[in-house]
Design a protein around this ligand. Sequence first.
Ligand code: VGL
Ligand code: ZN
Length: 198
Amino acid sequence: MAKALIVIDMQLDFCPGGRLAVAGGDEIVPAINALMAGFDAVVLTQDWHPRDHASFADNHPGAAPFSQIEMPYGPQVLWPAHCVIGSEGAGFHPGLDATHADLVIRKGFRAQIDSYSAFYENDHQTATGLAGYLRDRSIGDLTFVGLAHDFCVAWSAIDAVRLGFRATVVEDATRAIDLNGSREAAREDMHKAGVTLA
Ligand code: VGL
Ligand code: ZN
């Protein structure tokens, strides 16, 4: 079965010094680069938000970053503004071997809906097109790395299993935001869904 490495959101804003920095986010770059050669395809995802994106706390007067609101599609954490389309912080970490990628898939570009998963926006219905791409290339076995373990990586891996792919998360090549215990909750959700944690 053909295999793909799916590298989630290895962008400057998720690395130390960025606008939504994940502790140690930059430490995993060498491990991700080293994994790339072992796969039939490498896909990078890129969080890509308009400045008026509904997931940004500063677009909700009075709302604090990391608080939660209800959106039509369910609960939504309000984040510091990050990965704004075309900004430096939306770029990939310069150490990442982005030249190795076959496909870059952008997500979160609709102002009214967030997108953690590489497959679906947070309504679990609006597709990014990644599943069709992988099926067209007869790729059935997916390995996930990148940021953040407990949001975009976990949501992507769980959706992958639901879509019929095999999914493995290489935990040493991820780092978590860990908001109110979200790291352990994500591990449990992935385990229950049938994601292999390696
Ligand atoms: C992410 C929060 C907001 C992620 C993206 O990549 O995990 N988290 N946008
Ligand atoms: Zn985002």
